[in-house]
Design a protein around this ligand. Structure first.
Ligand code: ZN
Length: 84
């Protein structure tokens, strides 16, 4: 597994996640931030938890707690829509 994020980028993302976690976010958001920090610690950060594809650095910098690649996110959004 090779990750396109540099150690420096990863450190910056971790700081961002830790800052957001300290801002007392809603529980669902806090859980997502926590899970992202855990993936960094495990060396799994930056990969989609559904399909294992790399998540683009642009996507991660916009929303560092994302756990899904854009394809899986789109599928999930469709499912969510059909549930409502
Ligand atoms: Zn995916």
């Amino acid at each position: 597994m090779s990750l396109s994020l540099s150690a420096q980028q990863l450190a910056r993302i971790r700081t961002k996640l830790e800052t957001r976690r300290s801002e007392n976010p809603p529980a669902a958001k806090a859980a997502a931030l926590e899970a992202a920090l855990e993936r960094i610690a495990n060396g799994e950060y930056g990969y989609c938890v559904e399909c294992g594809d790399e998540i683009s650095a642009a996507r991660l910098s916009m929303k560092p707690e994302v756990a899904l690649c854009s394809d899986c996110q789109a599928l999930k959004d469709e499912e969510d829509d059909s549930n409502t």
